[in-house]
Design a protein around this ligand. Structure first.
Ligand code: GLC
Length: 653
């Protein structure tokens, strides 16, 4: 279809289809700031038309394939235009700039930090007042952990959203969010938020109406009046929280129905087979994007499509939805990025990038690499990690991974067990070893932390703890053992140096920059006591942050040494996201070598994952290199490297 024709068609749709049900919330009386409906300029209208017609055919094709419902499609198109109208001029200018430079986020300048607003600074205004600290920490991308309306005690850390258009009262308001994103943009800081699209809270208006028996709302979830179909699902669908929330369905005695709840019983899975759900959730997405969000983290995305007889994970329809979401974003707010949360093995993760012609997510978490990193610490053997990095390094450079050591969730030990099996390592026994090691029970470990969702049936368990505690800082501090502390700090810094060397964008978990250890106080809070993930979700220790300039403190040392690494990363182009990245054999099981090359610059990173002094038997004979932290000049041939040491070696041109 010609572009002109498609544009005409949409204009017609816009005028003929009445907007039905743009969600109860969005029809509420407009708030002061939104009162004036902006008029689009001729340029804006043309810009919208260009974007719309660019995607129209494919969007319609996919929508009709999934829903075969042209009036709902027309309604969607109508609302895309409305959200474009409502998007403010500054954001539109930013969209245009980013459209011109679509690689804007693929630089060595990007450094993320994730935090809970209340833990970090009390509320949104508090975060605004801490932007100088964020800047000082070299961070230019903040992930505000879930902050939308939720019910205390039934919130799953905010991942049970009761209202997608309301900020939790204790954290502030939508206006505060807008103020915060404006303040961040002034400082060049990008803002990321979660879009929890798989489920709503049982306290969401739709859920309440469904529970009250309103058919239209029941059809937005999965309701069953007896257990026969749920029982069939249970045969093939794995459990997310086998101990804390077993099963995938919850019986609602008052409603006389079962409802599908893959996560906690108060998180009701949305039924994306219903186009009303898709449309409304897209409107929520655009509403939030228009508040100035730069990065939308699509939570638990593999789960959003359910099909009886399957695992209800990563089904093809999930990709159709994510692709549509990408196009919808590119039509209304092309400055935003989609970050997919796909906690799966690599072959399941990568398809969420889509293809180069039909992309889906801009960025994905490098989850297997993260888990493999900790496996490497526990085994003092880099073999599997090298293999894992080789897989990632072979992928197209357009694919951007988010690298991290720790986040708000547990570590699920999703490793490549096929490869480990070939080395005689059994999955179940190995998971037990890893959990024992990180609890500090085995393998001469100095780590501290707790199990998560230990499943008595499968023997499976996941692990929780902060980077600092897992590196031994908690134990050394407790025992006042200075030597052990020095080694623990060295391990912590080495891990960050290695993370910065990976291909992609690094994200710090707030508190790690000051070596914050586990917080056991969650056990005293009945709303948290059953969920050991709260061990690494403690409030930001501003008392530690006060010492960041004092190198006689643990926090000062960690902060300053990280600063040094962050500055190197930002100033050396070999750290660009799309640099060539490869691994080099070191002929020592404990030492990893990563190479990076970009536009004439070459850097080698050497990382000793053991408590022993080692020699990396590399043999790079292309000249002299300078070690970027110390300025020492050497030839990278047989390099000695102390316990948990590391080097960034740059080739002298
Ligand atoms: C994601 C979040 C996790 C949450 C789950 C359910 O995996 O990271 O914290 O429990 O989604 O929304």
């Amino acid at each position: 279809m010609s572009k002109k024709k498609s544009r005409n068609r949409t204009n017609k749709m816009r005028t003929t289809v009445k907007t039905q049900n743009v969600s109860a919330k969005s029809q509420a009386a407009p708030k002061a700031r939104e009162a004036v409906k902006p008029q689009l300029s001729v340029e804006e209208e043309a810009c919208y038309g260009r974007r719309f017609s660019h995607h129209f055919d494919e969007l319609k094709w996919l929508y009709m394939e999934l829903y075969d419902n042209s009036s709902m499609f027309a309604e969607l198109c109508d609302n895309l235009h409305r959200f474009y109208e409502e998007r403010n001029r500054d954001l539109k200018t930013q969209d245009l700039e980013r459209e011109k430079n679509p690689e804007w986020y693929k630089t060595n300048e990007m450094l993320g930090m994730m935090f809970y607003i209340d833990n970090f600074a009390g509320n949104m205004k508090g975060v605004e007042s801490k932007l100088d600290y964020i800047e000082k920490s070299n961070v230019n991308y903040i992930h505000l952990m879930p902050f939308l309306d939720t019910v205390e005690g039934r919130s799953d850390g905010g991942y049970a959203v009761a209202d997608f258009r309301k900020v939790q009262e204790k954290l502030g308001s939508m206006e505060d969010l807008e103020d915060l994103t404006v303040a961040c943009h002034k400082k060049g800081i990008n803002v990321c938020m979660d879009f929890v699209m798989n489920h709503t809270s049982e306290d969401h208006e739709w859920a309440k109406r469904a529970r009250a028996g309103e058919g239209e709302y029941m059809s937005r979830y999965f309701f069953f009046d007896n257990y026969s179909i749920p029982a069939m699902y249970e045969k093939t669908v794995p459990q997310v929280f086998p101990t804390t929330a077993p099963g995938n369905f919850t019986w609602l005695p008052d409603a006389g129905h079962f409802v599908m709840t893959s996560f906690y019983p108060y998180q009701w899975d949305l039924n994306y087979k219903n186009p009303r759900v898709f449309n409304e959730m897209m409107y929520n997405f655009l509403y939030l994007a228009n508040k100035g969000i730069d990065i939308i983290r699509i939570d638990a995305v593999p789960y959003i499509w359910k099909e009886l007889g399957t695992q209800c994970r990563n089904l093809p329809q999930v990709h159709t939805i994510v692709r549509m979401m990408r196009m919808i974003g590119e039509i209304v707010c092309p400055g935003i990025l989609l970050l997919g949360e796909v906690v799966m093995e690599p072959e399941k993760v990568v398809p969420y990038f889509g293809t180069v012609e039909k992309p889906e997510c801009h960025m994905l978490y490098n989850v297997t690499t993260m888990a493999t990193t900790w496996h490497t610490i526990a085994t003092r053997n880099v073999h599997l990690l090298k293999q894992q990095l080789d897989i990632v390094n072979r992928l197209p450079k357009d694919y951007v991974f988010l690298n991290y050591l720790r986040c708000h969730d547990d570590i699920g030990w999703g490793l490549d067990y096929e490869s480990l099996k070939a080395e005689g390592i059994d999955e179940r026994a190995h998971k037990k070893y890893l959990n024992d090691y990180f609890q500090g029970y085995a393998g001469e470990s100095c780590s501290r932390g707790e199990l998560y969702n230990a499943d008595p049936v499968t023997g499976d368990a996941r692990f929780c703890g902060t980077t600092a505690s897992m590196c031994g800082i908690e134990k050394a501090g407790f025992e006042q053992d200075m030597e052990a502390m020095e080694q623990a700090i060295q391990k912590d810094i080495m891990l960050h140096a290695y993370m910065f060397m990976q291909s992609g964008i690094p994200v710090l978990y707030s508190g790690d920059e000051v070596a914050q250890v586990n917080d056991y106080s969650y056990k005293e809070d009945p709303n948290k006591a059953d969920d050991s993930r709260y061990i690494h979700r403690g409030p930001m220790r501003w008392d530690l942050a006060e010492h960041v300039d004092d190198e006689n403190t643990v926090e000062g040392q960690v902060y300053q040494r990280l600063q040094q690494l962050e500055k190197i990363r930002k100033s050396e182009k070999a750290f660009m996201t799309n640099a060539d990245t490869w691994t080099i054999e070191t002929w020592d099981a404990g030492v990893l070598c990563i190479g990076r090359y970009y536009d004439g610059d070459k850097i080698l990173g050497l990382f000793n994952f053991t408590e022993y002094d080692k020699t990396a038997w590399i043999n790079e004979t292309d000249g002299e290199y300078i070690e970027l932290l110390t300025g020492k000049v050497l030839q990278p041939i047989g390099v000695n490297i102390p316990a948990y040491g590391f080097y960034y070696l740059k080739k002298i041109n």
